[in-house]
Design a protein around this ligand. Structure first.
Ligand SMILES: [Cu+2]
Length: 778
């Protein structure tokens, strides 16, 4: 359809006006200046809560007037060109040692090094002391130092939220982060894009920073973790106490979910335990290798463990087939996850194990020697590169923009790699490993690599969602990659010459938040598409003859010391062993749909648990268990109970609609992907361990799963984070051993500025095998 320049200008103006109005409505609503009744009277909302479409005023005007998938005017690029700035590596974090301090019957963890002086980390939250101050102390000794209201630690009080198996996984290393407004001089394209305003992006800085100084840094942090080295990670919330000071989107309350790491529910960051400005939260990241209570429980397998820093192994109990590698952590504030993660509240964590040491030269018969580097004993990143791929949107001033009114999904038009606009990366002519994370809100990717002449460059697929595949898979393009999925690939640049340029190309077009439009050819993608500016090359590789090491700053890496026979890396034909599929104890069926029932709000009070959006009243996305009623998210409702650690189950996830796709994420455990019903299953999924499954439009997937080691309250949800927030999420209760607090269904914590109270949750009978009449037949 031809659109005249004049009509185009009018549309741009209308869309801009719609967005300005949206921002004003949001602010007025959050300040209590307009009521829902006002919005209905003005015709912006209907009585049923659905947004009405009024040009220039309605938040949904973009569908009529916008020119790009964001539903808003195209983001300004300020004359910036792709591939003109270097890729930023993630901000590598440096842990401090932890020592023990005996306090009566409790052993506290003492931060050392640059974090000496931090309050000790305790098994029980400081909230416990705040609620019941010990002799000689008062509440003030344990209060939020910024607001004077509520406890200093956001973790709920008492044994239920005490760190599980504290002595067994006593932290050896510590990290301290401050989540805050983005620091001065931070942006996606220095010198070209405007610097971000303090409330445009919220992200992390190392250490405990001054409350009144914006300190958040881009790109996000990277932690190098090892099996056998549990961590304590303390996060201070330095966000503004006034929740309306958010730059138009984002909630100033935080829980940090370590995506699929095997941690107790109290440290999963998704148990309805968000904490408030001025407080901290201690997460004990245990590095537990799964099945440690069941397989290799005595750690007698010499080769199962993590790097000790001296070429050897710290032995750990558990099953080496369950090693994890490429991981990430992100905000999980229920109902606001999309806004918060988009704002910059995420980081990556690489797990290193005996097989995957991050040292390509270490030949001990166990280490796979995958491309990484050889200057450090473990965790080399010279040739092992984390790539956070996402799509952003800028307003006309160049500030980050998010459409808080959409319930379908948020698609951006600015291609970002490690939070830089389409950068370039210098590479040596040799093998590299890339750990690719899709950190978008609603956009799926499908990546290929274009060679200097545009032809597809083959590469090896070695890991899916952080799990090594049994045998490397040769590909010329990846499968679709849903939000939160991680794909590890090895690319061999050795057949290219210094001066050659290659590109990492997104060949999947997407113009709706619901699902991708479809893949195009590599040649088409290279040409770009006005309807989707994120289709096309997102990262350029420039082959060079030398570059500085990132592992040992100052050390030059050259073709003479790192390429040819000096590329010591290998991609063995076998990377791990297959976990067999067995007869399950029970089966379950979970259906993900769009029932529009929206029961996240209590009909009596109109409130969500926890509190939800003030501006959107419909919750279209729902989940049903074993054929029963569909529900949307409520933190006080348990949809599934898993009665006993170690019981193997087979679950089937079904997408009820063809108009959308959902990347569904299961917390805490990976499943072995069995089938996609009668549809074909790609090699990159078949019998592969995953923690996020794209259901595909009208598709389904079945997998084998078991839970172990920890209990408590976890969740299962769509990782199109907009779907998640409106409100495709359910709670799963893992029951622990008798005698532990997790033997009973976890009371629901209700965080507030003044502290946490508890309520008794509703439990859906169709999800509780203890009370079901018969075992579900699937
Ligand atoms: Cu979804």
């Amino acid at each position: 359809m031809y659109i005249s320049p004049n009509a185009s200008r009018i549309r741009q103006r209308e869309a801009q006006r719609a967005r300005d109005n949206r921002a004003e409505i949001v602010k007025a609503r959050s300040l209590g200046q307009v009521t829902r009744r006002d919005l209905i009277r003005w015709g912006i909302f209907t009585a049923s809560g659905v947004l009405a479409c009024k040009n220039g005023l309605s938040p949904l005007a973009p569908s009529a007037f916008a020119t790009v998938p964001t539903g808003t005017p195209r983001s300004p690029l300020f004359g910036g060109k792709k591939f003109a700035q270097p890729l930023n590596r993630l901000n590598l974090q440096h842990p401090v040692p932890i020592t023990r301090y005996q306090r009566g019957s409790e052993t506290d963890a003492v931060f050392g090094g640059s974090y000496a002086g931090e309050p000790h980390a305790r098994r029980l939250s400081y909230h416990t002391d705040f609620s019941n101050p010990p002799a000689g102390k008062t509440k003030a000794d344990f209060s939020n130092p910024i607001t004077g209201r509520g406890p200093m630690e956001g973790r709920p009080p008492g044994e239920i939220f005490a760190h599980q198996r504290w002595e067994e996984f006593f932290p050896k290393e510590g990290y301290v982060f401050t989540l805050g407004q983005v620091a001065a001089s931070q942006c996606f394209y220095p010198g070209v894009f405007p610097n971000l305003n303090p409330n445009s992006s919220w992200t992390y800085a190392s250490g405990h920073c001054d409350y009144n100084t914006p300190s958040g840094l881009l790109p996000p942090p990277l932690i190098k973790a090892r099996y056998g080295v549990p961590m304590i990670t303390r996060v201070y919330n330095n966000l503004p106490t006034d929740r309306t000071q958010n730059g138009g989107f984002g909630r100033n309350e935080h829980q940090l979910h370590f995506h699929n790491a095997h941690n107790g529910a109290e440290s999963d960051g998704a148990a309805n335990v968000h904490h408030f400005p001025g407080t901290f939260y201690d997460y004990r990241w245990s590095t537990t290798l799964a099945r440690r209570d069941k397989i290799n429980a005595d750690a007698s397998i010499l080769t199962t463990g993590g790097p000790d820093g001296n070429g050897g192994i710290i032995r750990v109990a558990g099953d080496y087939r369950e090693y994890q590698g490429t991981m990430w952590a992100h905000d999980h504030r229920f109902f606001f996850t999309a806004e918060n993660v988009y704002k910059g509240m995420l980081m990556m964590i690489n797990f290193y194990g005996a097989k995957d040491r991050g040292n390509e030269a270490l030949a001990d018969g166990t280490n796979l020697r995958l491309p990484s580097g050889k200057l450090l004993d473990w965790g080399n990143t010279d040739f092992d590169v984390n790539l956070i791929m996402s799509d952003g949107t800028l307003d006309q001033e160049g500030q980050y923009f998010f459409d808080i009114f959409t319930t379908d999904g948020m698609i951006g038009d600015v291609p970002l790699c490690n939070f830089s606009f389409a950068p370039f990366m210098e590479v040596l002519p040799r093998k590299y490993r890339f750990r690719i994370l899709n950190a978008s809100m609603s956009r799926f990717f499908k990546f290929a690599i274009a060679g200097p002449a545009g032809a597809a460059v083959p590469f090896q697929f070695i890991a899916n969602d952080g799990n090594l595949v049994v045998n490397p898979i040769l590909l010329t393009s990846l499968d679709e990659q849903g939000i939160a999925e991680r794909y590890d690939i090895v690319v061999d640049f050795s057949r290219f010459r210094v001066g050659d340029k290659l590109h990492l190309v997104n060949i999947l077009k997407q113009t709706s938040g619901n699902k991708p439009d479809g893949a195009v050819t590599l040649a088409q993608a290279m040409q770009g598409d006005v309807a989707d500016p994120v289709l096309g090359p997102m990262l350029q590789f420039r082959v060079v003859g030398s570059l500085p090491s990132v592992d040992v700053p100052g050390y030059p890496l050259t073709t003479a010391n790192s390429c040819g026979s000096y590329d010591r890396s290998e991609v063995p034909l076998k990377l791990t062993d297959q976990i067999p599929i067995v007869t399950p104890v029970r089966t379950r069926v979970v259906r993900f749909g769009r029932s529009q029932t929206g029961d996240s709000r209590d009909p009596a009070t109109g409130q969500c648990t926890p509190d939800c959006s003030e501006v959107v009243f419909n919750f279209p996305w729902t989940i049903s268990v074993n054929g029963q009623t569909s529900h949307s998210m409520n933190a006080n409702r348990v949809s599934m109970v898993y009665p006993k650690a170690g019981e193997i189950e087979h679950w089937t996830y079904i997408n009820e609609g063809g108009g959308w796709d959902h990347p569904i994420h299961l917390h805490f455990e990976e499943g072995v992907t069995m089938n996609r019903g009668s549809a074909a299953i790609p090699d990159t999924e078949k019998l592969v361990r995953k923690d996020v499954w794209r259901l595909r439009p009208s598709g389904q997937v079945q997998f084998q799963v078991q839970f172990g080691e920890y209990g408590g309250s976890y969740v299962n949800h769509c990782h199109n984070t907009v779907h998640e927030d409106f409100a495709m999420l359910m709670r799963i209760q893992l029951l622990g051993k008798a005698g532990t607090p997790q033997a009973a269904v976890t009371l629901t914590p209700n965080p507030s500025r003044d502290g946490v109270t508890f309520t008794s949750p509703e439990i859906l009978p169709e999800g509780d095998p203890r009370t079901m009449q018969t075992a579900s037949s699937g």
